[in-house]
Write a protein that binds this ligand. Structure first.
Ligand code: ASP
Length: 452
């Protein structure tokens, strides 16, 4: 029998976990779930938290050090990075507006939210103290906090992820500036370390079906207590949350990108869309921008007419650092979890989300579930318990599939814009030639990337 794909196993894990949780409420064996099932969920969450620091450190250093051509391509580089940051911040803002309007977390009754807060906020007092001290310090404290005075101090706490990112940038940039002979062995080390860490992510994700089962069963028992109606509230809230993320993704694909393409290039959005559709489908089925990259490059060059020089710089960089779909997901999820935990967010918190979600989406590896792991950073920065991931993990895979579509569409949009501004966009490509070229096109090098 053919092996079942991981996402099917996760879906089965979800279904079994949900059934188990509901059965436990009806049959009154909630304690059994708490003692014997839920701990596996906690182990799974711990594994995700465990790899967050090494993942971000290594993948960022590796990504930045690949930009050795930056000086040669400084103009293209500047435009590309500017557009990437602009679209990311735009995506986060759309996400924040939507989630604040819809308030999916408030679909849970207020008693449940209060219970969740007490249950998960074991160190709530500490968080409150931190929050107060942050409130008392000056407006530039947030900048001061980004720069660690001791790198091991930064590594010891997942909430210090911004400091780790700062160090990774410093290290990566210095590496690019160091003469090749000296830097090369280190570069090779980080290349290898990156591959190993991505393998760990892959291994951890193998445990996802069981992790999801345990989390969902535990969560239903936690939320519902002895009341089956509580489980229905939870599903309702999760449904509204998923729709909020989807609405943000749809706005990017059908409003934001078309507007940019129509205003700044000579391509019609319909043609653009048709051109990259196969890449979008691959992104959907692999949940990985990296695995989709060869196809994205192929389509963008051959169907949209972007020059190879532009596409080979803009797209690999974009697959690594530009993730608009992931950004929307970070914003909506962070606020949803905060709402579900009855944690009031100030305007400053929302700004922190913009900053950290931008960095988290830059740091997220282009592989399945990376965005979910990065959420730990955003949650940590606004003082929300990372256990909140348990709330959304069960629905993450389908959302991941959809956000990856937006991730690669954003990259393709920026590649088209940059090429157009450089006069390197050949429109009206000869279909016959394209078809001929497609026949001999190199196959996607999927095996280099962890896909399930
Ligand atoms: N799966 C996404 C990607 O590869 C990253 C994420 O988890 O959001 O683009």
């Amino acid at each position: 029998m053919r092996k079942l794909a991981l996402h099917w196993k996760i879906l089965i894990g979800m279904a079994v976990g949900a059934a188990l949780g509901i059965a436990a409420i009806i049959g009154g064996f909630g304690d059994f779930i708490q003692d014997w099932i839920k701990p596996f969920g906690t182990i799974f969450i711990n594994l995700l938290k465990l790899i967050a620091v090494p993942l971000i450190l290594v993948s960022l250093i590796d990504g930045i050090s690949n930009l050795t051509d930056l000086s040669k391509l400084s103009r293209i580089g500047g435009k590309t990075i500017g557009l990437y940051i602009l679209s990311t911040v735009m995506a986060i803002s759309i996400g924040l507006i939507l989630v604040n309007l819809v308030e999916p977390g408030n679909f849970l009754p207020s008693e449940t939210r209060e219970e969740l807060r007490l249950k998960y906020a074991s160190d709530a007092n500490l968080k409150m103290e931190t929050a107060t001290s942050v409130g008392e310090s000056g407006p530039l404290q947030i900048l001061v906090d980004v720069v660690p005075d001791n790198i091991f101090g930064a590594f010891t706490n997942n909430a210090n992820m911004l400091q780790v990112i700062f160090f990774a940038f410093l290290f990566g940039i210095a590496m690019v500036m160091t003469p090749q002979v000296k830097a090369l062995p280190v570069k090779k080390f980080f290349d290898g370390a990156n591959a190993i860490i991505l393998k760990i992510v892959e291994l951890v994700m193998l445990a996802a079906p069981l992790g999801v089962l345990a989390l969902l069963a535990g969560l239903i028992v936690d939320v519902a207590g002895d009341d089956p109606a509580g489980a229905i509230d939870l599903f309702k809230a999760l449904g509204v949350y998923s729709l909020t993320v989807l609405a943000g993704l749809v706005i990017m694909i059908f409003i934001f990108y078309p507007t940019l393409i129509t205003i700044f290039t000579s391509i019609k959005y319909r043609e653009f869309f048709k051109g990259i559709f196969p890449a979008q489908m691959l992104a959907f089925s692999t949940s990985s921008s990296a695995a989709t990259l060869p196809v994205t490059m192929d389509r963008v060059e051959k169907k949209l007419g972007v020059s190879e020089e532009v596409s080979s710089f803009v797209l690999p960089l974009g697959a690594t650092i530009n993730m608009d779909g992931t950004s929307i997901h970070q914003a909506v999820s962070a606020v949803f979890i905060a709402q579900a935990f009855a944690h009031d967010l100030t305007m400053g918190d929302q700004l922190t989300i913009v900053l950290t979600a931008t960095l988290a989406s830059i740091g997220a590896a282009a592989v399945p579930s990376a965005g979910l792991i990065m959420l730990v950073i955003v949650l940590g920065a606004i003082g929300v318990e990372p256990e909140g991931l348990a709330l959304i993990i069960a629905v993450d895979r389908p959302i991941d599939m959809c956000r990856t579509i937006v991730n690669i569409t954003g990259d393709a949009t920026v590649a088209t814009l940059v090429a157009s501004s450089e006069g390197e966009l050949r429109t009206g490509l000869d279909e016959n030639r394209i078809n001929r070229e497609e026949k001999i096109a190199v196959q996607p090098r999927d095996e280099e990337y962890p896909v399930d």
